[in-house]
Write a protein that binds this ligand. Structure first.
Ligand SMILES: [Cu+2]
Length: 158
């Protein structure tokens, strides 16, 4: 039935039907999306005996955490990030982002373009629900841990 209608409307054979089905405006169904976004701090440690403590400065802003060698000569490198760092949804989707604080006491977070600001604390989950009505790329930023703690909310146009 659908094939007959498509042939009638587009009259271009099998390839035409496939192309037409992909580009019919408004055909994408809005979905409910639930995505967990964790605030985490991957770490690496080393001993000065095997790896010298780095001498180069890292960018300021709180995102990079380089700790000097302790009494045993062990030093540590860490970085605050979101996981995932890119969140892809479709325009029109009803999106719930469930932010979960795992590492770091507090994260002041803003989703620019969608006017969402909140503080995420360790041990808490903060759910942000909205309709992704604007397409584009919207930075999601923790102001306490820059330049590393940035995720992109990418809303693909309908
Ligand atoms: Cu943070």
């Amino acid at each position: 039935m659908a094939r007959e209608i498509s042939r009638h409307v587009f009259g271009a054979g099998a390839l035409g039907i496939a192309a037409a089905l992909c580009v019919v405006p408004g055909s994408a169904q809005a979905e409910k999306r639930y995505i967990v976004v964790t605030a985490i701090e991957p770490k690496g440690t080393a001993s000065v005996e095997k790896e010298p403590f780095p001498s180069e400065q890292l960018p300021a802003g709180g995102g990079f955490q380089l700790k000097k060698p302790n009494d045993e000569g062990r030093w540590e490198m860490a970085v605050y990030v979101f996981d995932p760092r890119q969140i892809l949804v479709n325009q029109g989707d009803e999106v719930t982002l469930d932010f979960v604080g795992i590492n770091g006491a507090s994260h002041p977070i803003t989703i620019s373009g969608y006017d969402k600001s909140f503080e995420l604390k360790r041990g808490q989950s903060t759910r942000i629900t909205f309709t992704a009505d604007q397409s584009g790329t919207f930075p999601t930023i923790c102001s306490a841990h820059q330049p590393t703690m940035v995720a992109e909310l990418i809303v693909a146009p309908k």
